[in-house]
Design a protein around this ligand. Structure first.
Ligand code: MLT
Ligand code: MN
Ligand code: ZN
Length: 306
C-alpha cells in the first residue's frame, strides 16, 4: 500500500494566518528551521492502483491536489484519482474541503459515521449544500469494526474504531461526546496484509486503541501538542490538549510513553501537528527526543510504502 501525506498540520495550518507564536513567526522569517504544513489529510491506495482513498478533506485540498500529480490520472476530460472520501470526524480542518470537490457529475462517495453525518447536515450543513452541486453518496462507517471497502478503491479495506476525542465546536455533543464523533481507522492492504492505523485526533489511551496500534505495521497518530498546557502556556487558550481531545506527546500517560511500548518494527509517525508544537522546529530538544525514540514527524508530500 502507498500513502501520501497531503497535509500534516492541525487546524489552522503552519504557519497559521494570524499567528505570531515562536514557530509561526520563525518559519516566516527563517529564524526557525521548520517546514510549512497544510491542514490534516492523507490519501492511500494499493501499490499498483491509480485510485486513492482520501482520508479527510482539508480546507487546503485544492493546493494539496495541485502538489500531488498522482491524484490527477487524466483518463478523461474530467477525472480524479480520488475514488472515495472518508472523514474521521466533522471538524473544520477535516470537512471543509468537501466544498471544493463539488464540481463532479456523479455524487461524491463519502464514508462517515452517523454523528458526523448529522453534524455535517445540521450545525455545519456542508452535505446539504452539496446536494445543490454534485450530491453525496453517503456510506455508513460501522462502529463495531466491521471491515468495509470503497468500490472505486481496489485492494484496500477499512475498519473503524470509535475514539475518545472531541466533536467540532459547532456540534451539540462537543462537551458530551457520543461514539462515532471521532474514529481511528485501520487500513489493510488486501494483497500484502500490511496495516496502517490512522488516528489524527486521539484523546485517551484505551485497551482497544492499544490493540489497534499493536496490530499495525505503521501508526500515524495524533501529534497535535507536545504538552497538555501548550496553548495555555502560549497565552492562546484556556483549555488543555486533553480538554479538546488531543493526547499530548510528553508527560505521564502521553503519546511518547505509549509509542515506546510498540515493537521496534512498527513505523511510528505523528501527524496533525499544531503550529505551537515545538517538534516542528527541527533543531529543538523536543524533536531530538522523538528522533531518539524512533518517532517521525510527518511532512506534506511524504510518499510512504507500507
Ligand atoms: C482539532 O482537531 O481540534 C482541530 O484541528 C480544530 C480545528 O479544525 O479548528
Ligand atoms: Mn483537527
Ligand atoms: Zn503559531
Amino acid at each position: 500500500m502507498k500513502l501520501i501525506v497531503l497535509g500534516a498540520s492541525a487546524g489552522g495550518g503552519f504557519p497559521q494566518w494570524n499567528c505570531n507564536c515562536r514557530n509561526c513567526a520563525g518559519v516566516r522569517d527563517g529564524s526557525v528551521r521548520a517546514k510549512p504544513r497544510t491542514q490534516s489529510s492523507i490519501c492511500v491506495a494499493a501499490d499498483d492502483s491509480p485510485d486513492w482513498a482520501l482520508l479527510n478533506a482539508s480546507p487546503d485540498i485544492l493546493q494539496q491536489i495541485k502538489a500531488t500529480p498522482a491524484l490527477q490520472p487524466a483518463r478523461a476530460l474530467r477525472d480524479t484519482g480520488i475514488g472515495g472520501v472518508l472523514l474521521v470526524d466533522g471538524q473544520i480542518d477535516h470537512a471543509t474541503g468537501l466544498f471544493m470537490l463539488r464540481e463532479q457529475k456523479t455524487p461524491m462517495a463519502l464514508w462517515c459515521t452517523d454523528p458526523v453525518h448529522e453534524d455535517l447536515s445540521t450545525g455545519n450543513p456542508v452535505l446539504r449544500v452539496l446536494e445543490h452541486y454534485c450530491g453525496v453518496d453517503r456510506q455508513h462507517i460501522p462502529l463495531d469494526g466491521t471491515p468495509f471497502r470503497m468500490p472505486k478503491v481496489p485492494g484496500i479495506e477499512f475498519s473503524a474504531l470509535p475514539l475518545s476525542s472531541k466533536a467540532a465546536p459547532y456540534s451539540p455533543h462537543r462537551e458530551a461526546s457520543v461514539a462515532g464523533d471521532n474514529v481511528g481507522v485501520t487500513i489493510t492492504d488486501l494483497n500484502s496484509g500490511r496495516k496502517l492505523f490512522y488516528a489524527p485526533g486521539l484523546g485517551a489511551r484505551t485497551p482497544e486503541v492499544h490493540a489497534r496500534l499493536l496490530a499495525a505495521d505503521c501508526v500515524m497518530v495524533d501529534g497535535t501538542f507536545w504538552t497538555d498546557d501548550e496553548m495555555i502556556a502560549a497565552g492562546l487558550s484556556t483549555r488543555t490538549a486533553r480538554d479538546i481531545g488531543h493526547l499530548p506527546q510528553s508527560g505521564p500517560d502521553g503519546m511518547m510513553e505509549w509509542l515506546d511500548e510498540l515493537p521496534r518494527h512498527v513505523r511510528k509517525i505523528l501527524i496533525h501537528i499544531n503550529n505551537t508544537n515545538p517538534i516542528l522546529d527541527e533543531a529543538s530538544a523536543e524533536r531530538a527526543e522523538l528522533t531518539r525514540r524512533g518517532i517521525e514527524v510527518a511532512e506534506d508530500g511524504w510518499l510512504i510504502h507500507i
